[in-house]
Write a protein that binds this ligand. Structure first.
Ligand code: FES
Length: 63
């Protein structure tokens, strides 16, 4: 699904950047991509995605 329609940036791209480049905040994602540089409507959804990833990372692993 596209998060940033203006620049064609998907949730998969954001997730990949967060995991591979430790970009767990919007500021870092914006340093890597043009996300949010046009209308800015994608910022809130990006924050939600990154917050979800951080929460998942903090969950205890079940073996
Ligand atoms: S949707 Fe991301 S800048 Fe417009």
């Amino acid at each position: 699904m596209y998060v940033c329609i203006c620049h064609g940036i998907s949730d998969k791209t954001i997730t990949k950047l967060a995991i591979e480049r430790s970009a767990y905040d919007v500021k870092t994602i914006r340093q890597i991509t043009p996300l949010g540089s046009q209308c800015g409507k994608c910022i809130r959804m990006t924050k939600d995605i990154l917050q979800g990833l951080k929460s998942e990372a903090q969950l205890p692993k079940v073996s």
